[in-house]
Design a binder for this molecule. Structure first.
Ligand SMILES: [Zn+2]
Length: 212
């Protein structure tokens, strides 16, 4: 009998709250009225997004365009300037496996003046510059096969047969003074040499290569 009393006692409050439930429904409409107000706030961010889309699209177009122009004079570089040769191991390997004058441009590294080289050559030049070699503008760095053809046409016997120049491997630099004189004293310390042929058969004191 006592249990029944308790059940009734518990049921009573529930039933009693019945009438109270009538109140919330009245508040519900208020919430519904607030929701319509929210939508107007959402649109503002939406217009902002369309503005960003064209910008990203523009960048994509630039990237796409730059990726398609490996031959134009203006160098398109994907590799970052050399900080550590180890960071460019993959790029160096790709450049080593490519035919003379056909190195992937995105496998090349720029030095201070933007001239491109195989990344270990760029690192050797940066190493020399960091040790005191004047940061002059290079006369020449990597040469594509087409560039070697035009150089051969303009310089004749002074230029290598197209497809054989170390410039085509990205490991040669034509360096003006005063950097050149500095290299004759310290170049070997940075793996840079003025090869024997450049001292004898052809006197090219400006031509420096990676030693190995
Ligand atoms: Zn040269």
């Amino acid at each position: 009998m006592t249990a029944v009393a308790l059940v009734l006692a518990l049921t009573a409050p529930v039933l009693g709250s019945g009438p109270d439930l009538t109140t919330p429904p009245l508040e519900a409409p208020v919430i519904v009225e607030l929701r319509p107000v929210a939508p107007p706030r959402t649109p503002p961010p939406t217009p902002v997004t369309p503005v960003q889309v064209p910008t990203e699209a523009a960048f994509s177009v630039e990237i796409a365009a730059s990726a398609v122009q490996p031959k134009p004079p203006s160098p398109v570089v994907v590799q970052q300037p050399v900080a550590r040769v180890a960071d460019h191991a993959d790029a160096i390997a790709r450049a080593r496996s490519a035919p003379n004058g056909q190195l992937p441009r995105d496998a090349l590294c720029p030095i201070w003046d933007g001239t491109l080289f195989r990344c270990d050559m760029a690192a050797a030049l940066e190493s020399a510059a960091a040790a005191g070699m004047p940061r002059v503008n290079m006369t020449d760095g990597y040469r594509s096969y087409d560039q070697q053809v035009s150089v051969k046409a303009s310089r004749g016997s002074w230029a290598a047969q197209p497809g054989t120049s170390n410039h085509g491997y990205g490991t040669a630099a034509d360096i003006p003074e005063p950097a050149r004189s500095w290299l004759f004293r310290h170049g070997a310390d940075h793996g840079l040499i003025n090869p024997a042929w450049a001292k004898t058969e052809k006197h090219e004191p400006w031509h420096w290569e990676l030693a190995n």
